[in-house]
Design a protein around this ligand. Structure first.
Ligand code: GLY
Length: 584
C-alpha cells in the first residue's frame, strides 16, 4: 500500500466522522510514521524519529551552531537570544551561508502571543544605479554575482542587535561567546567543510584575502585539521564589546569601506552608518483554521506562501491523497499563479507600491482558483508577468521552555557570497545584488525572470524568497516552526511542510524527509527530487499536459520544530545536508 492509499484511507475514515473536510477548518489527520511509505527508491526513511526534548530545541544547518543556541538556552536565555547566538555561530562554522556580511529575516511568536517580523535584508548602496550590471551591448555582466560590486550593504549585525535590544535578557556579549570561541580556538574540519571550500576554489582564489583565509597553501583546509579564523574572532569580539555601532561605524566599517575601494565596490561609510533593520508586520494566512505567520517584503516568502495556501484551501487535498497526481497538479497550478504574481508585483515596499492586500485576499485567490482546470495543465505564458535556486542560504528554528518560538533565515546569496573577504576583518561579503532585477525579462543567476518592481535603486532592498514561518493551530497554540534554504524553491518547500502538517498529518521528521516538487511559473516545468515520485504519478502529470523533470540534486534543507499538545518539542533536521537538532 502506498502512502497515497494509506493517507487516503485515513482521510476516508475521517470523512465518516468530520463533515465537510474541504471546509476551511478541517481536522488534521493523525498519521504516524508507520503509516507512511515513500517511493521505493527514495533515499530518506519515513520512520526516522525526530529529536525530542522538554526544555528547549534548536535546529540549524550545523551541529556546532545548534549547540551554541542550546548553550544560551541552558544559560537562561530565551529563544530570540538563542537564535542570535546560533546566527553568529553559523557565520563561523557555516561560512558559505552563515554571515555577518549578509542579511536575513526573523519571524517570531512569543509565549504571550506577540508576533513580529524583523527585516535585516541587505540594501543597495547609495551609488547603485538601475543599469549598473548591464554592459554597452545591453548584456547583463557577472559583476552582480561575484566581486566587490555584487554586495549590498550588510544587515545581519544590525538585525541581530535590534532583536536583542527589544527581547534580550542576558548580556549581549554572552550571545557572541560561542561564536568567538569557535573562530578563535578553531573547529574540526569535516569533509563537508572541506568540500564546500573545494567547490568554490575558483571563486575564492580570485581574491587574495579570501584565498589566504580559505585556501592556505592553495588548498582547502585538510579534513580533520583545526580551522581557526583570528580576524573573524577579532571582528566578533568588537561586535560583542561595541554592539552594531562597532560594525557600522568603527574600524570594521573602515575596513569594509577600504575593501570596497580596493576592489571597485560601492559601499562606503555613509551607506554603513545609514543602515537600519526594519520591524515589519508579519504576513498571516488563515489556512483551514490554522494561522500561518511568515515574512512580508522585502521577502516574497510570506506573501507568495499565503497566495498558494489561499488557492489550495478551496481543494480537498485529503481526499485527493498525499503526492497523488491530482494533489500535485493542483499545487503546481497554485504555485504557477502565485510565482507569476511574485515576479511581477513584488519588490521593496519602502520603494514601490505592492498590492499586498489584493494579492493575499481570499477573493483574489478564488478568482485564481477558478482559472485552474482540474484536468489540464495551464500554460505559464497565459499568466505572463515575469525564477532561483540558491542552495546556500541557511535557517534556524528555536523554541524555548517558556514557549517562545523563533524562525530565522539568513544568507550571503550563493555559496560564499561575492567571494570577497574583508581584509583585516575576516568575514565574507554577500552577492545579494543579483537578487534585484538587473534587466527586466533577463533571468538572474538562478533563472528568476523578474520585473520593474524589483529594479535596483539606492537604499532599496532586493526581493528575497526566504520564508521563516510559524504555524499556530486553531486553538491558538504554536505548533510548528520551520524554514529552509533553497532560493526560489524555499517558498514551495515551506508550502509542502505546511500542507504535509495540516492536510496530511505527517509526523514532523517524515514531513522533512519526504520528497519534494517545485514549480515557479517560469520555466514552465515541474521539477521533483530524484526518485521522489512514482513513475505512475509522473505519467499521470504528463498526461495532464505538464512538463515534468527529475532533478539531479536535492531541494532545500528544512529545519522544523513541532510542539506537541503536552509541550514536548520535536526537532526535525533535514537529512539532505548536515543539519542538526539539539534539545535538552
Ligand atoms: N538570495 C536568495 C533569497 O534571498 O531569496
Amino acid at each position: 500500500m502506498t502512502i497515497h492509499d494509506r493517507i487516503s484511507r485515513t482521510a476516508l475514515l475521517l470523512l465518516l466522522v468530520v463533515a465537510g473536510c474541504s471546509s476551511p477548518t478541517q481536522t488534521r489527520p493523525s498519521v504516524t510514521e508507520a503509516d507512511v511509505q515513500f517511493p521505493a527508491a527514495w533515499r530518506y526513511d519515513a520512520r526516522t524519529r525526530p529529536v525530542s526534548a522538554d526544555s528547549g530545541m534548536v535546529v540549524s544547518t550545523d551541529s556546532l551552531a545548534s549547540a551554541a543556541g542550546v548553550e544560551i538556552l541552558r544559560a537562561g536565555g530565551n529563544a530570540v537570544e538563542a537564535a542570535i547566538a546560533t546566527s553568529f555561530a553559523l557565520a563561523v562554522v557555516n561560512p558559505e551561508a552563515g554571515n555577518v556580511g549578509g542579511g536575513g529575516f526573523m519571524v517570531a511568536r512569543l509565549a504571550d502571543g506577540t508576533e513580529f517580523a524583523l527585516d535585516y535584508r541587505e540594501q543597495a548602496p547609495g551609488g547603485a544605479t538601475s543599469d549598473m550590471y548591464v554592459d554597452e551591448q545591453g548584456r547583463v555582466t557577472d559583476r552582480g554575482v561575484e566581486g566587490h560590486l555584487a554586495s549590498g550593504v550588510p544587515g545581519t549585525v544590525a538585525g541581530l542587535e535590534a532583536a536583542y535590544l527589544r527581547y534580550g535578557e542576558l548580556p549581549w556579549a554572552r550571545l557572541l561567546e560561542p561564536a568567538i570561541r569557535l573562530a578563535r580556538d578553531g573547529f574540526h574540519v569535516a569533509e563537508r567543510h572541506h568540500n564546500s571550500i573545494r567547490d568554490k576554489r575558483e571563486l575564492l582564489s580570485k581574491f587574495p584575502t579570501s584565498a589566504g583565509k580559505f585556501l592556505p597553501r592553495g588548498e582547502p583546509p585538510p579534513i580533520g585539521s583545526s580551522f581557526k579564523q583570528p580576524y573573524l574572532a577579532r571582528t566578533l569580539q568588537a561586535i560583542a564589546d561595541g554592539g552594531a555601532a562597532a560594525f557600522y561605524e568603527g574600524w570594521i566599517a573602515d575596513s569594509l569601506a577600504a575593501e570596497m575601494r580596493r576592489g571597485g565596490g560601492l559601499i562606503n561609510r555613509r551607506d554603513l552608518a545609514a543602515y537600519e533593520a526594519v520591524w515589519r508586520e508579519p504576513v498571516r494566512a488563515e489556512y483551514r483554521g490554522y494561522e500561518v505567520v511568515s515574512m512580508p517584503p522585502a521577502s516574497s516568502g510570506g506573501t507568495t506562501l499565503t497566495q498558494i495556501l489561499n488557492i489550495m484551501e478551496g481543494f480537498d487535498l485529503q481526499t485527493a491523497g498525499w503526492h497523488s497526481a491530482e494533489a500535485i497538479h493542483l499545487a503546481v497550478e497554485a504555485m504557477r499563479r502565485a510565482y507569476a504574481d511574485r515576479n511581477y508585483y513584488l519588490g521593496d515596499t519602502d520603494f514601490v507600491d505592492v498590492p499586498l492586500a489584493m494579492l493575499t485576499s481570499e477573493s483574489y485567490a478564488d478568482s485564481l482558483r477558478r482559472s485552474i482546470d482540474r484536468d489540464r495543465a495551464s500554460v505559464s505564458e497565459e499568466f505572463n508577468r515575469v525564477s532561483v535556486e540558491s542552495e546556500n542560504t541557511t535557517h534556524v528554528s528555536v523554541v524555548d521552555v517558556r514557549g517562545n518560538a523563533v524562525a530565522v533565515t539568513t544568507t550571503l546569496n550563493s555559496g560564499f557570497g561575492s567571494g570577497v573577504v574583508v581584509r583585516g576583518a575576516g568575514f565574507l561579503l554577500n552577492n545579494e545584488m543579483d537578487d534585484f532585477t538587473s534587466l527586466v525579462g533577463v533571468p538572474n543567476l538562478y533563472g528568476l525572470v523578474q520585473g520593474e518592481a524589483n529594479a535596483i535603486a539606492p537604499g532599496k532592498r532586493m526581493l528575497s524568497a526566504m520564508t521563516p514561518t510559524i504555524v499556530i493551530n486553531p486553538q491558538g497554540r504554536t505548533e510548528l516552526v520551520t524554514g529552509t534554504p533553497g532560493g526560489a524553491t524555499i517558498i514551495t518547500t515551506v508550502f509542502q511542510i505546511v500542507t504535509n502538517h495540516i492536510d496530511f498529518g505527517l509526523p514532523v521528521q517524515t514531513s522533512v524527509n519526504a520528497p519534494r516538487f517545485h514549480h515557479q511559473h517560469l520555466p514552465d516545468v515541474i521539477r521533483f527530487e530524484k526518485d521522489g515520485l512514482p513513475a505512475s504519478v509522473v505519467a499521470e502529470l504528463r498526461s495532464l499536459g505538464h512538463e515534468v523533470s527529475e532533478r539531479t540534486g536535492i531541494s532545500g534543507n528544512v529545519e522544523s520544530i513541532y510542539i506537541a499538545p503536552d509541550g514536548t518539542m520535536f526537532g526535525a533536521a533535514d537529512p539532505r545536508r548536515y543539519s542538526k537538532a539539539i534539545g535538552y
